[in-house]
Write a protein that binds this ligand. Sequence first.
Ligand code: HEM
Length: 124
Amino acid sequence: MGIMQMKIGVTVVGFVLIFLTGYLLNKAGQPFNVIVLTLHKLISIATIAYLILNVMRISRVAPLGQAAWIACIAAGVFFLLTVATGGWLSAVKTMPAVVQTLHKVLSVLTVLSTIAMFLLFCRR
Ligand code: HEM
């Protein structure tokens, strides 16, 4: 297996676990299971850290093009906004429906921009 495939594989596993634990949180509702919520947060942070580290490594080997940088920044911004809305949802007693929707939409946008980012890395 190539190095890029391995990086993509680890990222896919990270996202699958984030979505699975997110689905479980949503299904069971409040009060959230502390273990599932902690896993959801930790895997999110670990996946972000892994992606940042790899973007830095990949861009050091060969400079990234403009489109690849735009995809990286979009993925980073969507990821941070997903974390912010997630933090909001886990901190309040009654979750505002609009924030729940935002968390869901932003999580999908994070995945889509991450896919775009890897596609642009592979095309180089
Ligand atoms: C530390 C950061 C995060 C916190 C504190 C957090 C918190 C939460 C909470 C409390 C829920 C349940 C909300 C509900 O019942 O509607 C949830 C659901 C979910 N989260 Fe997160 N989250 C975080 C990061 C992320 C990230 C980075 C992603 C994806 C990129 C993500 C994707 C999801 C998904 C897909 C759901 C299920 C939504 C649904 O089925 O309605 N979360 N999260």
